[in-house]
Design a protein around this ligand. Structure first.
Ligand SMILES: C[S@@+](CC[C@H](N)C(=O)[O-])C[C@H]1O[C@@H](n2cnc3c(N)ncnc32)[C@H](O)[C@@H]1O
Length: 255
């Protein structure tokens, strides 16, 4: 844990909560997505899995994992120093959790991990920050990290360009709901980062994360089919969606 995270008396739970509210502004069904993800962890790996929380941010998946499966272990990996500061502060002293700083686009990122095999590798709302080519390469690395019979799950925005009118109507409907929530005081991405930048503990790591990413890394949003096909080509035995919303899907790949 960083020294500042230990010493400040920062309310890490409050930062977790405000992160969740901000993410829910984009994805009102985020909790349902997590619930199905953990149902599938239980189905394939049982109640004591070793999990890799990939692009963990503040550790949202790890938090829900440990509440539901107290005997699980989790390694969180991310590149964002501000979100990792919140994660480290929030989980401080919990021996079930380890955080690692690494860039998933770096071909050697797995060298930073404490274990070479995981029962489940889980990720949410993150891999659309990568371009398709590095994402396909990452899927190849994940096939090596997931234990036999274990699973990889990616919950993310997934776009189907064959349905433009459906996409437009769904997008307009979702945007109207966001506009209403914003008028009622909801924070979006930019608002939330402005709060972090103004916080005495988070301002330094927040400045560093903007140097790394800018506002947001530019990636691709491939279709469910692309993800499933690419995961099979990467070495997974089976892959398909296990949940979907109008804008997102949860793709599961079995090793
Ligand atoms: C929108 S957040 C989602 C965080 C968390 N999974 C959640 O659901 O709350 C996207 C995360 O992906 C991480 N990320 C994006 N590109 C990355 C990369 N190349 N290496 C490591 N982490 C990355 C970001 O730092 C950020 O924490």
């Amino acid at each position: 844990m960083t020294e500042s995270a230990a010493a400040t008396g920062t309310d890490w739970r409050a930062w977790q909560d405000s992160w969740d509210r901000q993410q829910e502004w984009y994805m009102p069904d985020r909790e349902e997505r997590f619930r199905v993800m953990l149902d599938m962890v239980e189905a394939f790996a049982g109640p004591e899995p070793r999990v890799l929380d990939l692009a963990c941010g503040t550790g949202s998946i790890t938090d829900r994992l440990l509440k539901r499966f107290p005997k699980a272990d989790s390694v969180g990996v991310d590149l964002d120093p501000a979100l990792l500061t919140i994660a480290e502060g929030y989980f401080a002293g919990d021996r079930r959790v380890t955080f690692v700083t690494a860039d998933l686009a770096d071909p050697d990122w797995t060298a930073a991990l404490p274990y070479s095999s995981y029962d489940a590798v889980l990720t949410a709302t993150a891999l659309h920050w990568l371009r398709a080519e590095p994402l396909a390469a990452l899927y190849g690395q994940l096939a090596d990290l997931v234990a036999d019979g274990g699973v990889f799950m990616n919950a993310d925005h997934m776009r189907d360009d064959t349905t433009p009118r459906v996409n437009a109507a769904e997008h307009a409907h979702r945007q109207a709901a966001r506009d209403r929530a914003k008028a009622a005081g909801a924070l979006d991405w930019a608002d939330w980062w402005a709060l972090a930048a103004a916080d005495p503990v988070l301002s330094g790591p927040t400045a560093r994360r903007f140097e790394i990413y800018g506002e947001h890394a530019e990636g691709d949003i491939p279709s469910v089919r692309w993800h499933a096909d690419t995961l099979r080509a990467a070495g997974f035995a089976e892959a398909r969606p296990v949940w979907a919303s109008p804008s997102d899907a949860l793709v599961l790949a079995l090793r």
